[in-house]
Ligand binder design. Structure first.
Ligand code: SF4
Length: 328
């Protein structure tokens, strides 16, 4: 079934699958306090449909599958989904991005089902700031989720942090110290214009350069070579072995080497996080399309991938679909 190439010759091998748009947190930079109108269950791909589509992506050359949300651990069948993906041939690497709240309970069964590693979202290690940012007092659950992930062998355990001006940007070095002490690989991600409120403001953005500058007040950062298509530029901290990553999606984009493609919980293919168009697979899937027909739809969507996200351009238009329904 060939590969997923786009008009610039980039080949997608990394599939991000959003398995639900629901979440247990209400992070300020993602959604309003009251949450969002969630997808009706009948619009979401069933487990069988999702596994079939992921299988087609694997036949099209995908070698890594990342499960995201919303919060993926809210999907009751998540352990079975992981097992189903692990049973595909060739077996893709399987990772997950989670807020960690349910990881304490699920880390071991997920590992046993075939999950390889996790990224846990954690923007601060201060209980009060965590509650302000997420509108939930659940920091302790994230900490025990991280421990459970490490104990289960979902390693390297990575932590994803977003710095928000005036909220947690003054404690980035503290988060790094906390992660280094526990052997977690921290990565700072620039806040992207993907919030449901469409309130993102570039002038308030804490840039990658600022994050590096603040970290360097306390640590020595040495850039590590061999980034390839990885979103994060990684640095050795204080001559190692600890490292930190910085994902500068807005100010230092890395789209020229992008190898990512996306599937939403309601069966839409997105060739880019910021795409304003999608290709529907759910309709054809439910009206009897063959694997070849579905593969052709996926290839067509990937071929149309734009050179980059276009943030900052006059014609940039923030996607209508919020981050919580696209996935990380
Ligand atoms: S913004 Fe789009 S093209 Fe750029 S790296 Fe992200 S997914 Fe790839």
């Amino acid at each position: 079934m060939s590969v997923l190439v786009d008009q610039l010759g980039r080949v997608a091998t990394d599939l991000r699958v959003s398995v639900t748009d629901r979440c247990t947190l209400r992070c300020q930079y993602c959604m309003p306090a009251e949450g969002l109108p969630w997808m009706p269950p009948e619009e979401m791909l069933t487990d069988a449909e999702l596994l079939r589509v992921v299988g087609i992506f694997v036949e099209l050359g995908v070698t890594q599958v990342r499960l995201t949300g919303g919060e993926p651990l809210l999907r009751r069948s998540i352990v079975d989904l992981v097992a189903g993906i692990a049973a595909l041939t060739p077996r893709p690497k399987i990772a997950m991005t989670t807020n960690g709240l349910a990881l304490g309970r699920l880390a071991a069964p997920l590992k046993a089902a075939g999950l390889d590693r996790v990224n846990v979202s954690l923007d601060t290690v201060d209980r009060g700031v965590y509650e302000t940012l997420t509108r939930r007092d659940r920091l302790a659950d994230v900490e025990s989720g991280l421990r459970a992930a490490a104990e289960a062998g979902l390693t390297p355990v990575k932590v994803n942090a977003v710095a928000m001006r005036g909220v947690n940007d003054d404690s980035v070095a503290e988060v790094l110290r906390w992660c280094l002490e526990r052997g977690y690989e921290l990565r700072f991600i620039e806040q992207m214009p993907l919030d449901a409120q469409h309130a993102w403001d570039r002038s308030a953005l804490v840039t990658a350069a600022e994050v590096r500058e603040r970290l360097q007040r306390r640590f020595t950062l040495t850039p590590l070579p061999g980034r390839g298509s990885a979103p994060a530029q990684r640095y050795l901290v204080d001559d190692g072995p600890g490292t930190v990553g910085v994902i500068a999606s807005v100010t230092e984009p890395f789209c020229q080497a992008c190898d990512r493609t996306r599937l939403t919980a309601d069966g839409q293919v997105r060739n880019c996080l910021f795409s304003n168009r999608e290709t529907d697979l759910r309709g054809p899937l439910r009206s009897g399309a063959t694997d070849e027909q579905l593969a052709a739809l996926i290839r067509g969507e990937m071929w149309r991938k734009a050179p980059g996200h276009g943030i900052g351009r006059a014609d940039f238009h923030q996607p209508d679909r919020p981050m919580s329904a696209i996935g990380g």
